[in-house]
Design a binder for this molecule. Structure first.
Ligand SMILES: [Fe+2]
Length: 181
């Protein structure tokens, strides 16, 4: 599957800008981690997984990560993409465990990129470029802030990767810096 095919599929099922943006943020974050973790030759593949991971979220929010498997199968999508995308719902809507390092990264950064995005919006500079881990950690602990970003999932993702929360946040900030203001 090419990036263009993935984009065409995504826009068939997702219309809202917010969701399209989220898909692209996770795509670019995944590409950064592919390089960083030694999977540079699979970079586009990691990106496609990121782009498509919420394919069913707009139309089937109650069957998130379940319906997407069906849709992807119908479109003849690579089994590895289907498994990876569905595994980010592990322990929430599906029992498909993140196994591959790519899947663990997706699990960890999906909610965290949202949280960091919300922190950035609160900053006078509105920029991620000079954002520090401690500012994100502070908001991480503040439960009322961006309450939709599930802290437990982020922590579980860090644990799966064997990283500290600080390491995960730092890496994700570094990822966002490569493609955001
Ligand atoms: Fe997501």
């Amino acid at each position: 599957m090419t990036r263009e095919e993935a984009w065409n599929l995504l826009t068939e099922y997702i219309q809202e800008d917010f969701h399209l943006q989220h898909g692209q943020i996770v795509e670019n974050t995944m590409m950064y981690f592919a390089d960083k973790l030694g999977y540079g030759d699979e970079k586009e593949f990691w990106g496609i997984v990121g782009l498509l991971h919420d394919l069913d979220f707009e139309q089937f929010p109650d069957q998130h990560c379940i319906k997407s498997q069906e849709i992807m199968k119908e479109h003849g999508i690579d089994e590895r993409i289907i498994h990876a995308a569905a595994s980010h719902g592990y322990g929430i809507t599906v029992d498909i465990k993140p196994e591959h390092e790519m899947e663990k990264v997706l699990y960890a950064v999906d909610e965290l990129t949202g949280l960091i995005g919300a922190v950035v919006l609160m900053r006078p500079s509105k920029s991620v470029q000079d954002l520090e881990v401690k500012s994100v950690k502070k908001k991480f602990k503040s439960k009322g802030f961006a309450a939709g970003c599930d802290r437990e999932i982020i922590q579980r993702g860090a644990d799966m990767l064997g990283w500290t929360l600080e390491e995960l946040i730092q890496q994700t900030i570094d990822a966002l810096k490569t493609f955001q203001d």
